[in-house]
Write a protein that binds this ligand. Sequence first.
Ligand SMILES: [Zn+2]
Length: 287
Amino acid sequence: MLVSAKEMLNKARDGHYAVGQFNINNLEWTKSILQTAEELKAPVILGVSEGAGKYMCGYDTIVGMVKGMMTGLNITVPVAIHLDHGTFEGAKACINAGFSSIMFDGSHYPIEENIKLTTALVNTCDILGISLEAEVGAIGGEEDGVVGMGECADPKECKQIADLGVTMLAAGIGNIHGKYPANWPGLRFDVLEAIKKEVGDMPLVLHGGTGIPADMIKKAISLGVAKINVNTECQIAFSAAVRKYIEEGKDLVGKGFDPRKVLAPGCEAIKDTVREKMEIFGCIGKA
Ligand SMILES: [Zn+2]
């Protein structure tokens, strides 16, 4: 069923596991993730960036597609459709389109502005039963070809934002989006502990889940992380599988050019990645 992320994350926090957010790009992505979640009886969050929203012809298309699939595939596990790194305008558009969860990323604003804009969304989300994720301390990643090492959030600022009544909080702890550089020093557990101390029960979100070693993921979960975002890893797995199919010339055999056949290995690769992540996150059987 389509639900907000609130209950699933509170349960995850109490049960010391994490729910995966897997970003979607198209029908194949969405189907593969939903099928895996259902098969493994795991709650799941479908992440949608504003760019992916545009690519999929707008938020209405996405809500319609996900709802249709949930009926068509008999999905019974809790599913949230979540805006990833939304702007204020994007957040409003997704609320109107029927998303069940929103991230407003005000981390690039001065903290006062982040507080002001996050506050403006708290009430609306509350009334509509939509979960709201806020962010403090920008999460690094590749920008203009330069890969940052990942910033760390100020624990006091985390508390200021958490106290506004958001559902979950993303805070930079040295994590970054995309592939991690070889000389990445790892997650800052000292910062995570300091944040946890300030925000108490608030479920924490770890962005940039691609390539963080499993032992670091598990430690982060033990310190209060209840939602982990995975995007790049599914993309890499999908591309590699489709490339292999083409390179082996399978599209040239019989009706191997059928798009359903060309994309099938990519779908299997996404499923394998999602399963692998869910095993590490500990959310299998928790639906
Ligand atoms: Zn992110």
